[in-house]
Design a protein around this ligand. Sequence first.
Ligand code: TYD
Ligand code: MG
Length: 470
Amino acid sequence: MKKKTTAFFCQECGYESAKWVGQCPACKAWNSMVEEPVKITPAGSSLSAAAYSGGLSAGLSDAGAGGGGRTLQPVPLSEVGDVSEKRMATGFAELDRVLGGGIVAGSMILVGGDPGIGKSTLLLQAARNLAEAGHSVLYVSGEESLHQIKLRAQRIGSIRDDLKFLCETDLDAIAQTLLAFKPEIVIIDSIQTMYNSSVQAAPGSVSQVRETTGILMRLAKETGITFFIIGHVTKEGTVAGPRVLEHMVDTVLYFEGDRYASYRILRGVKNRFGSTNEIGIFEMRQEGLAEVPNPSEYMLAGRPVGASGSVVTCSMEGTRPVLTEVQALVTKTAYGFAKRQAIGTDYNRVSLLMAVLEKRLNMPLSEYDAYVNLAGGIRQTEPALDLGIALAILSSYRNRPIDDTIIAFGEIGLSGEIRAVSMAEQRVQEAAKMGFKTCILPKSCLKNIKSVGGMQLIGVSGMKEVLDVL
Ligand code: TYD
Ligand code: MG
């Protein structure tokens, strides 16, 4: 029987199936299966990901079959020599923090994001900073010509000659070049344009993207070159998204933000060398990306004064407290059933909070439409926002503004109780730094907080108490 040479791959998560299916069994995406040739590894090809991963499985099968009679020797960690992890600073404190304190040499970092969000700009600027710090950096672009890169470079300022560029999509040629020149850091822009001739599928397809990443991964581990790989996120279509690669690389960062707002958030999703709950905030300017060292100030800029339905709350982004303004608009519904909308936060959470307010405070909110928005276009879903959202809804419902020196945070339970949240002290300190005078917070958090200069702390344990305080 002739061996099957094609299979169906999910373009979202890379799941492989012998038959076409309407919904991917792994990631549940609809209509994401595309037929692609199965990879045929040419014998003796040194540049193959299969050969690389084969190292591991070969060891296993040897022992299992008892072939060569080779036994492996497990070792305790104490016998493993210490390696001092070398970190390189990218010149962006925000990027370094998301990476866990700089770039680890020999690691592979995937930077994903929507097209046009600023991935090339971010990495070009980081590459420039790294070159300025004396590292040898190579920027490989498969998307833009050298002239286009030069135009972009002119916007972000001077670029030293230590930073070299290459416009190429043929991975074999790139790999040979890397082996010959051995740069410290290589940027691949983007993985979806790279092409390796041992795979029959088109550039951007799941098998092609996987194979090229595997080859680059092997190069990284063998030569100590650090790779930044850019990958476009795709909703659907024929281009494989970065999700396919998440499990292969060391670090996954997503660059996100509203294309129409100028700020951008860099979020760590996976990190073998640090924590993943850090974010970096940038602003897209005329002359490239600039760091936003004080996100609270940025998020609160332009806050309305004395308007009802506006409350400032505090959410943690990793170890950083960020103050955000919650806005709510509550209006009598014109239809039989009330409409709810949440922008920048969880819709179900907003519905739940409205139900709690209705039941526990006897407010006829089911006759009212409610629109809740986190100003500034940021997206946060931490339960600590609950109290801020509830107060904004209350304020708009009663059409009475809440004093703009008040900040509130805390989780609300189904019986209307206010529950403790983590890192209360950091939140209060951030609020004090931004000039807030009063903080409404869960009563059970009070004991963890030393007095913060000039800040009045009001501990509450239920929604009824909150009404009294107001
Ligand atoms: P780009 O880095 O090309 O996005 P990606 O690589 O993620 O596709 O950035 C694209 C957008 O950024 C583009 O719409 C123009 C804007 N931009 C600026 O506003 N200022 C700048 O200095 C640069 C270089 C780009
Ligand atoms: Mg780009």
